[in-house]
Every structure is written in structure tokens, then in C-alpha cells.
Design a protein around this ligand. Structure first.
Ligand code: SAM
Length: 285
């Protein structure tokens, strides 16, 4: 793994980046998302595709779910930019590469990436080493949501204008946070300027996951624990919708994994389909 000068990035962020690259490398076209820059940032050992969590067949449903959610977010951002939104905040950005892959859109925005300080310092270094650099419109804001610090103040100090609408995205993070930390974050985001949108993914409790997907999902839980990134929070769609409306969001809707599957995987001939188990909250102010 490159970037050894700074400590290693969050392992779950690397895994999702590698899954996005696997999709391009092992699944036939059409690709739901083309993202190999995360792989370049991670620069894993040559045998990375033989990692058990990269097994092309055994983990295909997770790989598909990761590209489905990333594509959903990307489509949302493009739509929001078309509506005139100029601020994009990525909570728990990990190895998100929208800024590097879609600079023609990203440069029309101010993009704020929030992540844990170690992971973000590592990413900053890798972006510079690979020649992407950090353009002026991309702001990296180091925050630990569990530390109880003033992340909102940090965001403003980095140039975020709370008086203007924003799109705020948080994929693959709430399962790693306490419910208190997520609720505090959602409450804070409900104070975004009118016309703002929050898209946040959440893991479903086992009983709400499609039966066919349960064994594989259950198998990932001890692996996540062993990697030091245990899944600690699960939400029903109703609980997430209530969290958003209690926090003060004007509208909140639930986008199921099945809806993403239908939107991005219908008609494929290779049988690739996303696992159920992670849904999306889309809430607006
Ligand atoms: C599974 S990765 C998802 C990354 C990216 N959003 C994606 O969809 O590929 C989870 C991310 O949440 C971040 N994260 C976990 N706990 C956090 C915390 N307490 N504060 C800030 N970020 C956190 C991790 O560093 C990691 O980048």
C-alpha cells in the first residue's frame, strides 16, 4: 500500500474503492460507474484481487451495491448542480473520487470532503503524489464525528456558506457511528439553507434484509469487527425517516436497495445485482 509515510487509511474506505475498481475490471459493460482512481490512490499489492473480500463471485452483490449507491449519488449531484446548487459536502468521503473523475462538474461547486483526520491526511498526500493535487474548489476538512467537536464550525472555517443551499452526502458511514452521533449530525444538517438536500445511506436490521442476501451479509459482520470497523448501527426505513423529520427536514423519502437495483441493473445479462441491506434517506430542507 502506498502512502506509508502517513498512517494507513480506514480499511472500509479502501474496500469500497477497490470494489468500484473491481466492477470496471471484472464485470462486463455497461458499467454502472467507472472509478479506478480510488484503486490508484490505494495502490494495494499486486495480488489485491485475490483478497477474500474481492472474490469476484462471492462478493459480487456487495460490489454491485457499492457502485449502485455511488451512481445514485453521482446522478443526484449532477441534478442538483443543474438546479443551481453550488456547495457539495461529502461526510465520511473516504476514497471518493468524484472531484477527480468529474472535474467539469466539481469545479462548478465548492466540494467539502469530511473524514477522520488520519484517513484524510493519507488521501491528501496520495492526491498530491499522484498529481491530482487539491484544487481551490476542493476543501478537505478533518473531523471525527464521535469526538464531539465543532465540525460545523470547521466546515464554515473551510469556506462553507450556511446561508446557501448545499447537497450533503453520506454513504456507508452511519453503520460505523453511534446513533447519537448520527442523530446529532442530522439535526445539524436540518439547519441547512432552504433548498438543500441530504442523501444518507443506512444499513437495515437483518430481519428487513432480503432472505437471499442474509447469509453473505451476516458473514461480513465478524469480518468488519475484526478489521476494527464494526457495524454498530442499523435502522429501519421508518426510523430513519422519523430521525430526519424530527430533526426538522421539510421532506424525507426512502430509496430502497431494490429501487436502486431496478434503476441501474435491470436488463443486465450477466446476472449482476446488488445485495439488499443498505437503503438511502433523501431529505430536503
Ligand atoms: C465504508 S467507508 C465509505 C467511504 C465513501 N463514503 C464510500 O461510499 O465509498 C466509511 C468512511 O467513514 C469514515 N468514518 C468512519 N467513522 C468516522 C467518524 N467517526 N468520523 C468521520 N468519519 C468517519 C471512514 O474514515 C471512511 O472513510
Amino acid at each position: 500500500m502506498a502512502g506509508r509515510q502517513t498512517e494507513a487509511p480506514d480499511s472500509s474506505a479502501v474496500r469500497t474503492a477497490l470494489w468500484r475498481a473491481m466492477h470496471v475490471q471484472v464485470d462486463p459493460p455497461p458499467h454502472v460507474l467507472e472509478d479506478e482512481i480510488g484503486l490508484q490512490l490505494a495502490a494495494p499489492d499486486d495480488d489485491w484481487r485475490r483478497r477474500p473480500d474481492m472474490d469476484p463471485r462471492g462478493t459480487s452483490t456487495f460490489r454491485a451495491a457499492i457502485v449502485a449507491r455511488a451512481r445514485f449519488i453521482e446522478d443526484l449531484i449532477v441534478e442538483q448542480v443543474d438546479h443551481g446548487v453550488t456547495q457539495y459536502v461529502v461526510l465520511g468521503a473516504g476514497l471518493d473520487t468524484f472531484a477527480q473523475r468529474r472535474p467539469e462538474i466539481a469545479a462548478r461547486l465548492r466540494v467539502f470532503e469530511i473524514d477522520q483526520p488520519v484517513t484524510q491526511a493519507w488521501k491528501r498526500q496520495r492526491l498530491i503524489e499522484l498529481g491530482h493535487g487539491i484544487p481551490d474548489w476542493l476543501r478537505l476538512v478533518p473531523v471525527d464525528f464521535e469526538a464531539g467537536g465543532d465540525w460545523w464550525g470547521q466546515l464554515s472555517a473551510a469556506g462553507f456558506d450556511p446561508g446557501r443551499p448545499a447537497v450533503v452526502v453520506c454513504t456507508g458511514v452511519t453503520m460505523y457511528l453511534t446513533k447519537d452521533a448520527t442523530a446529532a449530525t442530522v439535526r445539524r444538517l436540518a439547519g441547512l439553507a432552504p433548498g438543500s438536500t441530504l442523501a444518507m445511506t443506512f444499513m437495515l436490521p437483518t430481519e428487513l434484509v432480503d432472505e437471499v442476501d442474509r447469509p453473505a451479509l451476516e458473514a461480513t459482520k465478524p469480518q468488519a469487527q475484526a478489521a476494527g470497523t464494526p457495524f454498530i448501527s442499523f435502522y429501519s426505513p421508518q426510523e430513519m425517516l422519523a430521525l430526519a423529520s424530527d430533526a426538522g427536514f421539510k421532506d424525507a423519502r426512502h430509496v430502497s436497495g431494490a429501487a436502486l437495483a431496478e434503476r441501474y441493473f435491470a436488463g443486465r445479462t450477466d446476472g449482476l445485482r446488488p445485495s439488499s441491506g443498505e437503503d438511502v434517506l433523501v431529505a430536503t430542507t
